[in-house]
Write a protein that binds this ligand. Sequence first.
Ligand SMILES: Cc1cc2nc3c(=O)[nH]c(=O)nc-3n(C[C@H](O)[C@H](O)[C@H](O)COP(=O)(O)OP(=O)(O)OC[C@H]3O[C@@H](n4cnc5c(N)ncnc54)[C@H](O)[C@@H]3O)c2cc1C
Ligand SMILES: NC(=O)c1ccc[n+]([C@@H]2O[C@H](COP(=O)([O-])OP(=O)(O)OC[C@H]3O[C@@H](n4cnc5c(N)ncnc54)[C@H](O)[C@@H]3O)[C@@H](O)[C@H]2O)c1
Length: 473
Amino acid sequence: MTHFDLVIIGTGSGNSVIGPEFDDWSIAVVEDGKFGGTCLNVGCIPTKMYVHPAELADAGRHSARLGVTQRLEAVDWPGMRDRIFGRIDAIETGGRAYRAGDECPNVTVFAGRGTFTGHKRLRVDLHDGSTAEITADRWVIAAGSRAVIPDIPGLSDGSAPFHTSDTVMRIDDLPRSVVIIGGGYIAAEFGHVFSSFGTEVTQITRSPQLLRSHDEDVSAAFTAAASARYRVLAGANPSSVKALGEGGVSLVVDTEDGPVTVEAELLLVATGRVPNGDRLAVDRTGVDLDESGRVVVDAHQRTTVDGIWALGDVCSPWALKHVANHEARVVKHNLAHPEAPVAADHRFVPAAVFTDPQIASVGWTERELVARGIPYVAKKQWYADIAAGWAREDTHNFLKVLADPATGHLLGAHVIGPEAATVIQPLIQGMHFGQTAHEIARGQYWIHPALPELVENALLGLPAPTGPAAATA
Ligand SMILES: Cc1cc2nc3c(=O)[nH]c(=O)nc-3n(C[C@H](O)[C@H](O)[C@H](O)COP(=O)(O)OP(=O)(O)OC[C@H]3O[C@@H](n4cnc5c(N)ncnc54)[C@H](O)[C@@H]3O)c2cc1C
Ligand SMILES: NC(=O)c1ccc[n+]([C@@H]2O[C@H](COP(=O)([O-])OP(=O)(O)OC[C@H]3O[C@@H](n4cnc5c(N)ncnc54)[C@H](O)[C@@H]3O)[C@@H](O)[C@H]2O)c1
């Protein structure tokens, strides 16, 4: 049994908790998978390294209406894959070596799966077949989440081959056809990537629209855009999956028009992720999970046990890297300064879907405002009505801003269109710094004729605030 000052379980954002302020602490890091976690190895980074070449491959679809005809000649999938993972794997190896090496003399890396066996006591089943037992005064649970595999005959019994986002980016060849189950972030991004590279895509979603957690107008516009690019079976439920040989699959899908058979070379399952707290048996150390399986934390990222903190996907309703990173900074501060703890700021968590059209959002949707009875005013600003949108002959994309009718403070913003994830940033900033729509719009220059003019025009299009703040705005 070895005792540490601090144990960190998970090396995604958990790895960034370690800093010079803890140089005199003995620290154990427990990692069962790849060093660096989901974002680096199988998440944000490799997906976006595929998304950018996908945009280039798909450029001809947008350029034709501008008078430029271009044809995709070839996609070197193995070359792309090796370039992407050549970089990522080197960072993984380097990160592990750094933590385990002489530069971090106070850190011990345990490569294996941790499971709590009692109060602040962890067994680690090490990859070399041995076992370690560790205890500590302080703990950080940063064990992330895992893909959910739905209970569909053929999938749940393992008789049909399938991929998740963990494996699909490393396949040897670009498949001729892909069927994707799921209507969320991962399905949208891979639908875009594969379709841009010339793969025939079928996406199956049980809800009537894709990206249904987004603003309704955005979700409807994206469903229309995706359906124009590839086959979308909405309101559909796969009832069985069968192996066809050489990795291929045949699915029976229940649709409104009756059962449909879908065949493809490759099946990607993208039906959500669940937090990993259950696998750690956190209950044995006294840490509570909520009804969704998330580790329960307070505003300071403290779990229900004194001295145990949690961060990221294992506890957060936002399974997003920037949230995990923010929470890691909060945990780091609170570990170092227990006398002056800070709270995490989850007021305005933005998100983006890197598909085409790109999507970004922050704050409430109209649906959520209506459900909560919060009064609001809205302005939908079309890309088509700003100069940078004319240059693109954009016809379908927009930014919707939602504001408090009395004060002019922003309540939400939802963009679908070119560079949405970048275009939205001034609105995220304005919300964080408590600026009114008018202050954001008129308190600065907007470069003409650039895409952020979409933001300026949307804000100026909101009705003038009616309350006392209007006088100062
Ligand atoms: C395909 C995909 C694309 C994504 N794209 C984006 C994006 O563009 N932008 C964005 O903001 N977010 C994105 N995300 C989400 C983002 O990756 C996660 O929110 C983020 O990585 C979570 O970080 P974390 O530190 O909480 O967990 P992780 O990075 O998952 O780290 C947890 C670590 O804990 C380890 N672990 C788990 N259980 C144990 C155990 N019992 N013992 C030892 N070790 C254990 C795991 O091996 C893992 O390495 C994406 C996710 C996926 C799957
Ligand atoms: N750009 C980004 O920030 C980004 C990219 C990828 C992933 N992520 C994060 O990872 C999380 C997981 O992504 P995801 O796309 O797997 O989950 P998701 O929650 O976004 O979507 C899951 C989808 O699967 C559908 N589904 C669930 N069970 C099903 C079933 N049995 N049959 C058919 N459809 C079913 C749901 O209706 C939903 O459409 C996201 O919520 C997000 O937080 C973020």
